[in-house]
Design a protein around this ligand. Structure first.
Ligand code: C2E
Ligand code: MG
Ligand code: MG
Ligand code: MG
Length: 280
């Protein structure tokens, strides 16, 4: 931008940039309060076994219930949280709440239910992450195999060595691992092959390509074959239409989530869904 003004003309800090910086600082201050005042909460989106139509688990997705602005989606505050070094605290809060909720559901008899929790890149190098997870699981009497941690392909590749070590520790405990947003990062297949993960989550952009008009399913069958060879489960993200669902069933994709089934909902509504047992 500044360069386009021509040689010798520098624009260092415009009022607009000032405004932007001011806004970010405001969000940061707000976030500190949000964490302290427990304004952050967890929403749950069902993960469905596409063969039986049953809910097999939920993905925990953080929300900010802002006293003035209402419900704020993670995309609007997680990047700031990352910059401000707050992402690990938020990660802990989400894990605490999601595991507490899972324990409630298990006590209600939904004992095979799983919970998927997203890990931010910075959490992968958080030295006490494993201790923290152990502690939360013990406190809530949750078996390690009931939780699944989601790491995006791009954060996994940021520091592959330390990620591998962490993954090894998780696998030793029986904690499952998913690669989130698979197909959108920059990992090579040989790298993915060397990381012991259980599940690939096919990014929404590939599911979008499945539709009535074009019978060409794009890369979805390719990703499904890769997963099969690597002995991994697959979850299709962002299923919005019945056409997409039936194509995925034809392609023998076993798991999915998306607005077609349900948007992410609060714990109470998620409990309702479980009791209703919709069998999609
Ligand atoms: P993600 O982990 O890939 O989560 C799936 C996102 O896709 C969610 O957005 C969900 O609401 C959305 N989604 C699900 N089904 C559909 C659909 O059918 N259509 C469309 N258009 N969208 C769908 P959300 O909740 O806004 O989260 C966005 C991202 O923020 C997540 O992507 C994840 O990367 C991150 N995130 C959310 N919660 C957490 C958290 O607790 N910790 C960390 N580190 N990241 C989180
Ligand atoms: Mg995820
Ligand atoms: Mg995803
Ligand atoms: Mg995503």
């Amino acid at each position: 931008r500044a360069k386009s003004l021509g040689k010798g003309k520098y624009q260092v800090f415009t009022p607009k940039m000032y405004e932007k910086a001011h806004q970010l600082l405001k969000i940061e201050t707000d976030l500190h309060r949000a964490i302290k005042e427990k304004e952050l909460t967890v929403y749950y989106q069902p993960i469905v076994n596409l063969t039986t139509g049953n809910i097999v688990g939920f993905e925990a997705l953080v929300r900010w219930l802002h006293p003035q602005k209402g419900l704020i989606p993670p995309g609007s505050f997680l990047p700031v949280a990352e910059e401000a070094g707050l992402i690990c605290s938020i990660g802990s809060l989400v894990m605490e709440e999601a595991c507490h909720q899972l324990a409630q559901w298990q006590k209600q008899g939904f004992d095979s239910l799983k919970i998927a929790i997203n890990l931010a890149a910075q959490q992968l190098s958080q030295t006490d992450l494993i201790t923290e997870i152990d502690c939360i699981l013990t406190k809530n009497q949750i078996h390690p195999t009931a939780i699944k941690l989601e790491i995006t392909e791009s954060s996994m590749m940021q520091d592959l060595q330390s990620t591998k070590l962490l993954i090894q520790q998780l696998q030793e405990r029986g904690i499952q691992l998913s690669i989130d947003d698979f197909g959108t990062g920059y990992s090579s297949l040989s790298q993915v092959q060397n990381v012991p993960v259980n599940t690939l989550k096919i990014d929404r952009c590939f599911i979008k390509q499945l539709n009535q008009t074009s019978k060409n399913p794009g890369l979805v069958p390719v990703i499904l074959s890769i997963a099969k060879v690597m002995n991994m489960d697959v979850v299709a993200e962002g299923i919005e239409t019945t056409e997409q669902l039936s194509q995925l069933r034809e392609l023998d994709c076993h798991f999915g989530q998306g607005f077609l089934f349900s948007k992410p909902v609060n714990a109470e509504e998620a409990s309702k869904l479980l009791r209703q047992n919709p069998r999609w």
